[in-house]
Design a protein around this ligand. Sequence first.
Ligand SMILES: *Cc1c(COP(=O)(O)O)cnc(C)c1O
Ligand SMILES: [Zn+2]
Length: 411
Amino acid sequence: MKNVKCLRCIKCGREYEAAPDATTCECGGILDVVYDYDYIRSVSSPESISASDNYTMWRYRPFLPVEEDTKQPPLRVGWSPLYEEPRMAEKLGIRKLYLKDDGLNPTASLKDRASSMGVAKAIEAGYDTISCSSTGNAASSLAGNAAAAGLKTYIFVPERAPIGKVAQLKIFGATVISVKGNYEETFELSKQAIDEYGWYNRNAAINCYLMEGKKTVALEIAEQLGWQAPDYVALSTGDGCTIAGVWKGFKDLYSAGFIDRLPKLISVQSVNTCPINIAARTGEPWQPMEENTIADSISVGVPRNPDKAINAIVESGGIPVEVTDDEILEAMRVTGRECGVFGEPAGVTGMAGLTKLCAEGKIPADASVAVIVSGNGLKDTANGIKAAGEPIRLEPDMDKFRKVFEELQAK
Ligand SMILES: *Cc1c(COP(=O)(O)O)cnc(C)c1O
Ligand SMILES: [Zn+2]
């Protein structure tokens, strides 16, 4: 990999050669992929990337940690739409609002970006089996992307994972272990099994390459805005790998000279489960919290990538904000009705947080904001109905319909 210098521990600074199955530092710290920006600049430019006809996350190959001859995995991941939403922007009282609909990825969440990378690296390292633990989406995306590439998967999910996500796992042929415990216990079990059986590890906080896949969402936002960062990017935070990846993506482009300023990151968590946000706000070490929100994908009481995430919020001059489950349900409804985009609860939590900040007058009126919708609402239809309500139930009788219709008109 000519574009990668080394892997560097974020805790102790120790450097490692970039082996495809590298995990954490000897000291336990998480590694970070260090790039050679001069080299990247010498082989690519905003213009050369914009001229690419590869409409997947792999159009950013000069910024990705893979060998020159590594094959792009088969599923079409990335290059999701960035919609401009003028009516919502007006409602919120900001200049520009953009919605990045990452629920349109092949297994319907942003996690496909990490899984596509994980599959590429597993094949590079010569493995035929991959494993992970997940609140749901990392698992279903790994199962799908691995299936398409002909790899076996062992997946550990907490028993509360929504049935839509478990159905995806089973359909993609994964061996699924539904752990009778919370996410923390699920993660620990997967770690032990991976150590014992020597599978490739697709746990985003351990495998530093996965965040490099996630960062492509930021590269796309910048390119779709004409190689510019918006003033703010709002998204939900669970383990912290996504927000850390988004920050890495913008910083990579900035370091290579492809964009000339960086956005501020708005990290949105649940009021009940927000260890990363509290640490970012107070500067104190993070503390474990209960896992208690309908937004299952960010119901993470013991985050696995807190340091990179906290750093991303603080270094960007960003804003941590917490929302209630009711505010998340409201965001599901509003995003659906105003934008035609159906997000799962964690998928629209970024929108819920932005809405709250705008109501509190914390976002300047001339700001441009990109909100990432990180997962599709069809994965969790129970909460969709909870947010939007039941249909009108009626016998097949026109007289009865007329009556209902008149009542609706009178409202
Ligand atoms: C995983 C996930 C997140 C949060 O990402 P982290 O890396 O855990 O912070 C947000 N939304 C959805 C839909 C997810 O699946
Ligand atoms: Zn270290």
